[in-house]
Design a protein around this ligand. Structure first.
Ligand code: COA
Length: 190
């Protein structure tokens, strides 16, 4: 069943991460993953030119963020997290769309990759809408076990971002997302 938006849709701004956002993002990551990067790790990430970081903000403040690492021809999605009170409002979809468009602006990016917990069906469903498919398992990827005592990750990928089929899929997803949010995104992928 498709969840209803958790909150009335308010204009959402997507913008680059700044150091002033770090404390709020640590709270979101702690709630989303049970752990968060240290201040130092966030600061290092912000300073690195091969990293992409976007923050989603509404009237309620920062509601989520997403990040990626441009690793040669791969764009590795390193985090997508939305504050629990704001799930189901399209924030993660919006962040991921903008992050992927930023990554594709780098012409050397040929594929997209990410890791996700096997039990995290919701995230896998979202990534599936973007055309990510499972391509393998990474044993003991996570430091912490999930509720089932599992530390493994499912690796998901878009193996070739240059195919017309995938580009059309991304474009259709963007159109559908724009319609469902009534173009509430502002400043996307600045
Ligand atoms: C996975 C996660 C990032 C999704 O964030 P989100 O902002 O709720 O995602 P979206 O709102 O874009 O999409 C979630 C659902 O809302 C629906 N939705 C999005 N916009 C909507 C709208 N305007 N109206 C109605 N439904 C909408 C989507 O169709 C989707 O449905 P589904 O869950 O049935 O597939 C979030 O649950 C989270 O932070 N989880 C913990 C961390 C995590 O798992 N991160 C990913 C792995 S690293």
């Amino acid at each position: 069943m498709t969840p209803q938006p958790a909150t009335p849709l308010t204009p959402r701004t997507l913008r680059a991460l700044t150091e002033g956002d770090i404390a709020a993002l640590q709270v979101i990551d702690d709630a989303a993953h049970g752990q968060a990067w240290s201040q130092r790790t966030f600061t290092d990430e912000v300073e690195r030119s091969d990293r992409l970081h976007l923050v989603a903000e509404t009237d309620s403040g920062i509601v989520g963020h997403a990040s990626a690492w441009i690793d040669g021809s791969s764009c590795r999605i390193t985090n997508v997290a939305v504050a629990p009170d704001h799930h189901g409002s399209g924030h993660a979809t919006s962040l991921l769309l903008a992050l992927i468009h930023q990554a594709l602006a780098s012409t050397k990016v040929a594929n997209l990759q990410l890791e996700v917990r096997p039990a995290n069906r919701r995230a896998q469903r979202m990534y599936g809408r973007f055309g990510f498919v499972p391509v393998g398992i990474e044993r003991n990827f996570y430091d912490r076990s999930d509720d089932q005592g599992n530390k493994d990750a499912v690796i998901m990928a878009v193996v070739d971002v240059c195919t017309d089929v995938w580009r059309e899929r991304l474009s259709a997803l963007q159109d559908e997302h724009d319609l469902s949010t009534n173009n509430t995104d502002a400043g996307a992928a600045a």
